[in-house]
Every structure is written in C-alpha cells, then in structure tokens.
Design a protein. Structure first.
Lengths: 178, 127
C-alpha cells in the first residue's frame, strides 16, 4: 500500500542577504516526491512598508475632503493592487536525473485578498479570516534518492537593510511504500 | 448504514511559547475520518503562531511543526470545502492526539486562546 507523508524542515535566517544551504533527508522506502510547500514565520517585528498618503479632493465649493487610502473606493482597482511582501528565493535540487526541481519565490502573505471585496469596509479582509485553504504544489519527482539539497536566499532583510530573524518552513510531500 | 458526523475537540493555550498535548477518544461507531480542520477563538494567533502534530490511532498524519495555517480556511471558502481531505483515515483504537506548539511571531501579541480541532467522521449506524 502506498502512503503519503510530509517532511518539515525549518531554516532560521538571521542576516540580511543570507544564503542558507540545507539538506533534507528522505526515508529509504521513498517512491517519489509528490508536492512542495513553504511558509514564513517572522521572529522579529514585521517590517512596515512606507504608508500611503491620504488623497485630498477639493469640492467645487472649496471644501477639502481627505480620503484615507483604505477607504478610497474611487481609486481604480489596478492602482489598489500592491505587491505581496517578497521574503526570499528558494531552490531545491535532487541527486537524481531531475536535478533542480523546485524554484520558488517565497512571499509573506497575500496583501491583495481584499481586492474587489465590497465587504472590506465592515469586515476587514485578513488572511486568517478570508484566506483560501493552502495546498502543496503538486508534482511528481520519481527516484529513490534519500537526500535533496537546496538553498534559501534572503530578500526582505536586504530590502529593509535590517538583520531580520525569521523561520522558513519547507514541506516536502512524499509517497512511500507502507 | 454509513453516516457522516462532525466532532469538535478543544485545547486551551494559556502561555506563550508553550506546547500543549491532548488525546481525545472518538465514539466506538466512528470508523473513518474523512477530514480535519483547525479553528480558534483568536484566528490570527492560531494562523501566525501555531504548529501541531496530529496522530490518529498512533499513526502520524501531520508531523511536528506542521503549521496550523495549512489546516485553516477563511469565510471565502464554501462550507463543504473547508475540511482538509485525509482520504478516509481508519480510526482503529479511536484515539486522536494533538500536540500543539505556540511560537512567537512578529505580527502578533500573545493572549490566551482556544484551539479547536474539527473532525469530519464517518460512522456506522447500528440501527
């Protein structure tokens, strides 16, 4: 009988621009790698991107109205789109024929969940309340290698010019014979 | 006759950076677990701080440090699709163990919270 399971590996990043090399040991009865997933946990306070300035509108009768960015429904949807926080780059390599089989940009969260959500004014859209289920990226990496290796390169620390401490979790889904 | 039922088990996290483990016993007539789901009374703390191991019948389904956010869903997901599909785990001795670990995260401030483990179960109706 075939069995699916997941191996969790954690990397601790401490320095800006740090490149962390790692190896993940796989069980000897492995048949294939069937999925990959990764996520980030910030140990230090999350860096705050520069705030957007409120927009001022002057009415024909001379009254100035200030609209905060989050309440600005007049702004075109595309100008409300913001890039998600890019944390770093992850690459994983197998010792088998497929070699580099997983390359991914790691993002902290999806900051555009509230795009086009009309309820956002009354029920603020957050990942933990409005997020969709997270699933692994499905793939089939056949082979019997019991070791994969790779590296993670920090980007967020470099962007803010800070030594930010955070933890990157890498999930390798595998299929084994029970 | 096979029926489905939902079960809920709670644990309380009262201290930051602590590990809480608990074992729950299922009804004898529950034969399979179709899916799992995690929720909390403080969703943000569970989402950013939580990780857990889940064992059913002493078999590990989610290993240590498997983050809670991967077993959560939001209100944008239809209720029928919220459970993480286990493909029908056999219950065996009927014991479900959760070992939950809370860890600091830069986006949250700790306050005591509840973690609820929901199980989508299949039971054999004896009638």
């Amino acid at each position: 009988m075939m069995k699916e399971s997941v191996i969790v590996t954690k990397l601790n990043i401490k320095l800006q621009g740090e490149r962390k090399h790692f190896q993940i040991k796989l069980p000897s009865d492995i048949k294939s790698i069937i999925g990959m997933e990764c996520s980030v946990r910030m140990i230090d306070a999350w860096p705050v991107p520069p705030a957007e300035l409120p927009r001022e509108i002057i009415n024909p009768d001379g009254i100035v109205i200030v609209i905060m960015p989050e309440d600005d429904s007049l702004v075109a949807i595309k100008s409300k789109f913001k890039p998600s926080q890019f944390v770093g780059e992850l690459r994983i390599q197998s010792y088998d024929l497929l070699n580099w089989f997983y390359v991914s940009d790691v993002f902290a969260n999806d900051v555009n969940l509230n795009l086009c959500d009309v309820s956002d004014v009354f029920f603020r859209v957050k990942e933990h309340s409005h997020g969709i289920p997270k699933h692994e990226e499905i793939m089939t990496i056949p082979g019997i290698t019991t070791l994969v290796q790779g590296w993670f390169l920090d980007a967020i620390g470099k962007q803010y010019n800070l030594n930010l401490r955070y933890e990157v979790s890498i999930y390798v889904w595998i299929k084994t014979e029970d | 006759m096979i029926k489905t039922t939902k079960k809920r088990f709670d644990i309380r996290i009262t201290q930051a950076n602590s590990t809480v483990s608990d074992t729950f016993e299922l009804d004898k007539n529950i034969v399979r677990i179709l899916g799992v789901l995690l929720t909390s009374d403080k969703d943000d703390l569970l989402y950013y701080r939580g990780a857990q191991k889940i064992e059913i019948n002493k078999e590990e389904y989610f290993p240590d440090n498997y983050e809670s956010k991967l077993l959560m869903t939001g209100i944008n997901v239809s209720p029928k699709q919220r459970y993480y599909d286990l493909g029908g785990a056999t219950t065996g001795n009927g014991r479900v163990q959760i070992t939950y670990k809370d860890s600091d995260d830069g986006r949250t401030v700790f306050a005591p919270y509840r973690v609820s483990l929901y199980l989508d179960c299949e039971l054999e109706d004896m009638k």
